[in-house]
Design a protein. Sequence first.
Length: 556
Amino acid sequence: MDPLSVPEQTPEARMALLLRAVRELSAADKDLVDVLGRTVEIACELTGARYGAMGVLAEAEPQRLSHFITHGLTLEERAAIGEPPMGRGLLGRLLRDSRGVRVHDVTREPDAVGYPPGHPLMRTFLGMPIRTASAVFGNLYLTEKAGGEPFTAQDESMVETLAAVVGVSVDLSRRRLEAASQSAAVAAVRKVNRSLVTEHDPSSVVATVLAEAVRTTGAQAAMVLAEPATEPVTNPAADHEEESAKPVPLEVVAAVGASADSLVPQVEEQVRSTLAAGGPTHWATNAPRLLLDDQEGPRHTSIVPVRLRDGSSVALVVTDWRPATTLAPRLTEGLLESLGDQVGLILDRVAAVHHRDELNRLQDRERIARDLHDLVIQRIFAAGLTLQGAARLDPPPEVTERVERTIAELDATIRDIRATIFALTPASGVSARAQIRDLVQSYTPHLGFAPTLSCPGEVDDLLDEEGRLALLLVVREALSNVARHSRARAVEIDVRAEADRLLVTVTDDGVGLPEHVVESGLSNARARARQRGGSMDLMARTPRGTLLRWQVPLAP
């Protein structure tokens, strides 16, 4: 309709137009931006305004515009104007004081700031706030009434009624969006929960969460990122002999979508800062400060930090997504935070399953170790006692020699089984120093005295699990030999770190070494030292006794 003919309309015709507008703007299938654009057109028709615009207030900053929708400007005029308004001057008056404004000549207003080059001349002005149930949503601006006439009180009344209708429509639209978003969230969470029940491996359900995030937002990709457990890589050739730590790339726990791995470097810095801050969700957008009506809505990247029960954190990252409506991204953000909670529950469950399996394995190892000790060793020991009893029956020398050799083999078998039991029995949470002390004290009944032990506390920091096991087996074998052969009255065990090696010495004041040493258990200790690049020496002491020296290099 030509706006120049509108002032000639009868009040009845204008009211009929307003009623049609009410029906049209209340339609449930319209996007909010479409509703606002149509509102500007209808306002121009009702009042005969040549130009109209709608400024939508930013949710986070009510004194700033987030969208600016225009009507009546040609593409050339829009291009000549350049940047959209910043909300100063007369437009700023509506931002500060949310009441209707009717002006006969904009150029004569004290707070007018003028027009940018290329902007059409506008004198008459009518502004009206769009109020929802909770706050002012935006402002409707109309200028240049037909024939150069000023806007009338009737125009203002009509626009005020239209603004009230639009406010109700915005509220209804938001409620529909919230209901749809909640429904999508419930459906997504229900699907994830069903997967948790049916999937054997709970870690695979993370991919289901990411697929739901991509499906409901139209995102390019979704992923779960975590700080790796490894230490930063250092550069020993850094200037001034200082170590330059280079961040280790984030670990991709799971990913769904096109080129997810290639997107990790783009969000790494934001993910690291979000996890380090331990604060709220980080939202980033590639949209301009102010969207015009012909611009595509903003696309977002969201980083949702997720705190796990073990104290660590991961991040749900959803890249390049567009909300269901360009004016309500917070609804989709709420959905993503719900999916982030699901990621945390799943990863906690994965950890719980892992801990349960680990506990089952440890229990099985302890059961096997207990059975070996209580059943196998006792039977072998009983067999050895039987053979010893047979040897006292004064059999022929060749039989005696064979029986003694068999008893020695049974003794070596018992030692090997005990070493296996020791390896099967976990020592989680117990320090190496405490284990050595308990081991040494356990030999007091066999020796008839308490050995002397010197072992610094830093041994735990110097050895890995395999090194700790090797150390304990060496000390056990040395004490076992002293108890069986040396007839010693004192034993000293010394464990220490020297430069880049770990040194273990076991000395006794017994009868010393025989002419021909037959190594059985000691050969295992020597082999363990060689496997780690070390050595073992066994030598006689002066005037009596034996010295065992076992050494292995320490990791740099």
